[in-house]
Design a protein around this ligand. Structure first.
Ligand SMILES: NC(=O)c1ccc[n+]([C@@H]2O[C@H](COP(=O)([O-])OP(=O)(O)OC[C@H]3O[C@@H](n4cnc5c(N)ncnc54)[C@H](O)[C@@H]3O)[C@@H](O)[C@H]2O)c1
Length: 264
């Protein structure tokens, strides 16, 4: 295997990623951060869009080799247009978009306020739509591209205390399937549906006791690592996944195989 086929992390590179422009939203933390790292290791030119300016300032230290880190709130279509216009000038059309930015609020359905509902939808559903449309317009013009979206098992089956989040992720799944139909054959569009992933988002809402209790119910008995989700994104973006579009792929330790308490 030649050195151009091996990443600096020693992982064999996935075909078709070296040199590609890869945009990762929400790339300053958790799954997005691990994904940015993975695509840099694949030899891609990686651009992170995130609303957390402090975290973005740390990004070149966290992800050496990242091509650009652009402050952008994905719920604001004007900020997205500005960010993509900046990228057009600096890099040309994107090869891959990973629409990953998302938020969740743990609260009872009966207590969800209109502002909370709108905020969750604005980031998780509107944000994916705005970013995907901006990327797709450029990819269709270029004749190729890949759009990947972070959905969730919460978009597939109901989970208590996250009704707004679940609805937003279910929306994202049908958006992905619809885009896949309209954008084929030039652009492939797929969703990943992680189960429980140990990230700052998850740590913010789960105590150690809650994490232990959840792990005991997951068939593989643990949370995913962000790197495991990043590896799935690398595969789906690569030429090895050339026949995959419109798919929603769970990465959930078996959660959707039969429900969380299925081994009890
Ligand atoms: N952690 C899990 O268990 C889990 C499971 C399934 C799906 N997901 C999904 O994975 C994605 C990433 O989650 P994570 O766990 O890595 O969370 P995280 O909180 O660690 O990271 C999310 C990143 O998105 C950014 N972000 C949030 N709102 C934004 C906005 N409006 N504009 C731009 N950037 C914004 C944050 O600043 C942060 O850097 C989300 O879409 C989440 O819903 C997470």
């Amino acid at each position: 295997m030649g050195s151009d086929e091996i990443s600096s992390g020693g992982i064999p590179r996935r075909p078709g990623l070296a040199g590609r422009l890869v945009i990762v939203t929400g790339g300053a933390s958790g799954i997005g951060l691990a994904t940015a790292r993975r695509f840099v290791a694949e030899g891609a030119r990686v651009v992170v869009l995130d609303r957390d300016e402090q975290a973005l300032a740390q990004l070149p230290g966290e992800v050496p080799g990242v091509a650009a880190a652009i402050p952008c709130d994905v719920s604001d279509p004007q900020q997205i247009e500005r960010a993509f216009a900046q990228l057009d000038e600096r890099f040309g059309p994107p090869g891959v978009l990973i629409a990953n930015a998302g938020i969740s609020i743990r609260h009872r359905f009966l207590d969800i306020t209109p502002d909370e509902w709108r905020r969750v939808m604005a980031v998780n559903l509107d944000g994916v739509f705005f970013c995907a449309r901006a990327a797709a317009r450029r990819m269709v013009g270029a004749g190729r591209g890949v759009i990947l979206v972070t959905a969730s098992t919460n978009g597939v089956v109901g989970h208590p205390f996250y009704a707004d989040y679940n609805a937003s992720k279910a929306g994202v799944i049908l958006l992905v399937r619809s885009m896949a139909l309209e954008l084929a054959p030039a652009v492939r569009v797929n969703a990943v549906a992680p189960g429980y992933v140990l990230t700052p988002m998850q740590r913010a809402e789960y105590t150690d006791e809650m994490l232990d209790a959840t792990n005991a119910k997951i068939p593989l008995r643990r949370h995913a690592t962000p790197e495991e989700v990043a590896a799935l994104f690398a595969y789906l973006a690569s030429d090895e996944a050339a026949y995959l579009t419109g798919a929603v792929i769970p990465i959930d330790g078996g959660e959707l195989a039969g429900g969380l308490a299925s081994h009890d």
